[in-house]
Design a protein around this ligand. Structure first.
Ligand code: TXA
Ligand code: MG
Length: 328
């Protein structure tokens, strides 16, 4: 039985008790909803992998309430870490750092590094504080599917297999955190996300980028086909391009601005009527889920410029459009 609570104090207190007792709690963050467990409880973390049907080689992000709390999890904390923490935490930035032996191997999929962030959401922060332990949490969706940006998304897909869902409303950012590794030199971008690369480079200097989605060695979390809808999706070469549509074929369009002409589409989702890419990011996953629920034959998405948050939007669209999953 899953209990759903509005994210006010009594619900958060109950959810923290569930975490302390080794249960699973879905909670809101500024990026997407997370599926949380006590990071130091092996049994609880094992349940995360089972519920998500997530392969054990894919490590989890550990969430803490205060930057100082990373000292119990990570090694090699140099001034770059504290500069980034000062500037971007709480916020959608995940740092990959050397791992302390106290962090269970299951959390990090056996790697000698650990991914950590301080989420920028009052409910997430209060939950972690009250639980009194770092919280390991992937996005609260079945492995490979689009991340949830509302409690209803998580309830619909994980439902009974979790203990509590805290409903804190829609997520503000709507895309997952940016992940950078500080273990590699120079620092390396592992996943574009809520914090633009340009903002990180302003603090850190040049950051290495792995070209995407061209073939590359498989690293954790870099499966090419990910964040995917069930309905096949293609990315148009430019906004306004018309795909050829067979008679009777039902095609949905994911547009950034309202299209001048809705022909030949069965449905059009507009991500950013205000023309702001942050609005588009916040709406992206919910729009993909709505289109995916319609039983259309095919989806097409407009591209956007790969600057700022646009880099993360295009990364998610490309992964959604990728034709096959790479095997480990
Ligand atoms: O915004 C977010 O980051 C959300 C919220 C809930 O915090 N979480 C999230 O978690 O997106 P998840 O598990 O869906 O994605 C985490 C990614 C995975 O691709 C994983 O492979 C990568 O982080 N990751 C975790 N630990 C890592 C490590 N030590 N080295 C490299 N990649 C790591
Ligand atoms: Mg995920």
């Amino acid at each position: 039985m899953v209990r759903v609570f509005a994210a006010y104090e009594p619900g958060v207190i109950s959810a923290a008790a569930v975490l302390r007792a080794g249960g699973l709690v879905v909670f809101p963050t500024e990026t997407v909803y997370g599926l949380g467990a006590d990071a130091f409880n092996l049994h609880a973390v094992t349940k995360i992998f089972a519920v998500k049907r997530r392969p054990s080689f894919d490590p989890l992000i550990v969430h803490v309430a205060h930057p100082k709390d990373i000292e119990q999890l990570a090694t090699g904390l140099d001034e770059r870490v504290w500069r980034l923490a000062e500037r971007f935490w709480p916020g959608p930035l995940t740092l990959v750092l050397g791992k302390k032996v106290s962090v269970p191997d299951i959390v990090t999929a056996g790697l000698d590094t650990v991914a950590i962030r301080v989420p920028d959401h009052p409910v997430a922060l209060e939950l972690i504080r009250l639980a009194g332990t770092p919280v390991a949490a992937p996005s609260a969706n079945p492995f490979g599917y689009v991340s949830p940006t509302t409690a209803a998304h998580a309830l619909g897909q994980l439902g009974d297999s979790v203990d509590v869902i805290l409903d804190g409303g829609p997520c503000r950012v709507g895309l997952e955190s940016t992940i950078i590794s500080l273990v590699s030199k120079p620092p390396r971008l592992l996943r574009p996300g809520g914090i633009p690369l340009e903002d990180l480079e302003a603090v850190l200097g040049p950051i290495g980028i792995t070209a995407d989605p061209t073939p590359r060695p498989l690293a954790p979390g870099q499966l090419v086909k990910h964040y995917a809808t069930r309905t096949p999706l293609d990315i148009l070469r430019e906004p306004g391009e018309k795909p050829s549509v067979s008679p009777g074929e039902k095609v949905g369009l994911l547009a950034f601005r309202p299209p001048a002409d809705t022909d030949p589409y069965a449905v059009v989702e507009t991500l950013a009527p205000d023309g702001n890419l942050h609005t588009a990011a916040a709406n992206l996953f919910a729009a993909l889920r709505r289109l995916d629920a319609l039983g259309l034959d095919r989806l097409v998405a407009e591209p956007c410029p790969e600057r700022g948050i646009g880099l993360a939007i295009m990364d998610r669209l490309r992964r959604c459009a990728a034709k096959q999953e790479r095997k480990p």
